[in-house]
Ligand binder design. Structure first.
Ligand code: NDP
Length: 443
């Protein structure tokens, strides 16, 4: 049994009740054995055994009063997973499904995603099983204040810097920041995703979608190609999808599709971003409204953007949205490149088929790291007490995506699997963290 297999088996036994965490650790550890073979000193230092245990987990009760005057109690968490290369950083998720398994899975993934960006930041994740949907602003504010009343003593600009995630947007970050400032008596960049008038970064909104398209361009550039004239199918119609459409079109691509949870739209003339934003961002409507208002476009119920032949496919909606049948359709139609804008949108079976059939597959861990990269740039701006221009942030984002791409590509080459960005991203992210952990002794 190899070193990684042994640690995976131990994890499966010890954390049988944490399926998401076991799945994520197995996926990463299962692909880095070539790197472990080159570094036998990692096993002697029990590096993997240390890497899979969070440095610290904070669990706490979050009591708050609802509008009817009743006391409600939720469970709050912060998983401070790894600080080998910098202060912990990762989003807060407020959703009824939140539990320790999900937060440990997300925190573990975050370590490698951030490591790949080349920025000096560690990995963490947190949240609560609180559902902001259907709550009044006053209830959300009281919940956030209670949550921060415990969390504030564990975080700080040089210790742990949370951000938003599902259920935690600008409103929640505002309430959390206000309470932190009051308790700590410090105005510091302790949270990212802040508003533009109080420490937020320009280009953060665009960062994930733009970054994924920059990644696609870097992959194509290596093959002597570009996005200019390519047919691109994008799924989703939210933050990541909208800005992926915008950037791909700026680079000369024909973007043919977008989707939401009810259906998808095919627009042979190319998606009109202005109308897309009007329908989804302003009216918060359904994607079918786009087709009603845009001549020549067609609306289809359900999933299925993969039915339209394309050169590049970018799933930017949600987890497990691209199943095996979709991957088969993409292969048959000659799609050569899949770039994940969302987190884990491709099922394992679909991923394996795409890799087998020679489709270049770029995992979200590498391709959607633009968002966290610009969050780290927000921290830099806060430390400097400056706000950079949109163009400056965008230029840095482009440079970061290029270095993520090159690192993943080179690591895949060194492992003898050229073009395999899954192995490349895992190995490149891992080696940087492993090197820092080795240098810092047994801690
Ligand atoms: P949004 O909530 O802004 O948008 C999600 C979009 O996906 C919505 O249009 C939604 O439709 C659609 N959608 C949801 N479920 C389905 C489904 N089953 N089939 C088709 N479409 C669906 O989220 P984001 O754009 O911010 O995030 C998208 C993904 O990217 C997530 O996986 C997220 O974790 C990941 N991500 C986001 C980052 C960011 O900076 N925003 C950073 C890194 C990763 P509807 O309008 O009907 O709800």
């Amino acid at each position: 049994m190899s070193y990684s297999e042994r640690v995976i088996a131990q994890l499966a036994e010890r954390y049988a009740g944490q399926p998401e965490f076991v799945q994520a650790t197995s996926e990463v550890l299962g692909s880095i054995q070539p790197a472990l073979d080159r570094h036998p000193e990692f096993e002697e230092a029990a590096l993997l055994e240390r890497l899979v245990e969070p440095e610290r987990i904070i669990m706490f009760r979050v009591p708050w009063l609802d509008d009817a005057g009743h006391v409600q109690v939720n469970r709050g968490y912060r998983v401070e997973f790894n600080s080998a290369i910098g202060p912990y950083k990762g989003g807060l998720r407020f959703h009824p499904s939140v539990n320790l398994s999900i937060l440990k899975f997300l925190g573990f993934e975050q370590i490698f995603k951030i490591s790949l960006t080349g920025l000096p930041i560690g990995g963490g994740k947190g949240g609560a099983d609180f559902d902001p949907k259907g709550k009044s602003d006053a209830e959300v504010m009281r919940f956030c204040q209670s949550f921060m009343t415990e969390l504030f003593r564990h975080i700080g600009a040089d210790t742990d810097v949370p951000a938003g995630d599902i259920g935690v947007g600008g409103r929640e970050i505002g309430y959390l920041f206000g309470q932190y400032k009051r308790l700590a008596n410090r105005y510091e960049g302790v949270l990212t995703g802040k508003g533009l008038t109080w420490g937020g970064s320009l280009a953060r909104t665009e960062a994930t979608g733009y970054g994924a398209v920059y990644f696609a361009s870097d992959v194509l550039a290596d093959k002597g190609e570009s996005l200019d004239g390519k047919r691109v199918n994008i799924t989703g119609a939210g933050n990541v999808a909208t800005y992926a459409v915008q950037k791909a079109e700026q680079l000369g691509a024909l973007v043919q599709t977008v989707s939401d949870s009810t259906g998808w739209v095919y627009d042979p003339a190319g998606i009109d971003v202005k109308l897309l934003r009007e329908v989804k961002e302003v009216r918060r409507g359904r994607i079918s409204e786009y087709a009603q208002e845009r001549e020549g476009s067609v609306y289809h119920e359900g999933a299925g953007c993969w039915e339209v032949p394309c050169d590049v496919y970018m799933p930017c909606a949600t987890q497990n949205e691209l199943p095996l049948e979709g991957a088969k359709a993409l292969v048959e139609a000659g799609c050569g490149l899949v770039v994940e804008g969302a987190n884990m949108p491709t099922t394992l079976k679909a991923t394996n088929l795409l890799l087998e059939k020679g489709v270049t597959f770029c995992p979200g861990k590498a391709a959607n790291a633009g968002g966290v990269a610009v969050s780290a740039l927000e921290m830099s701006q806060n430390s400097e007490r400056l706000q950079w221009t949109f163009e400056e942030v965008d230029e840095r984002l482009k440079g970061i995506m290029k270095s993520i791409h090159d690192n993943a590509r080179d690591a895949a080459d060194e492992c003898g699997v050229p073009g395999n960005y899954v192995v490349g991203a895992n190995v490149a992210g891992f080696l940087k963290v492993a090197d820092a952990m080795m240098a810092q002794g047994i801690v």
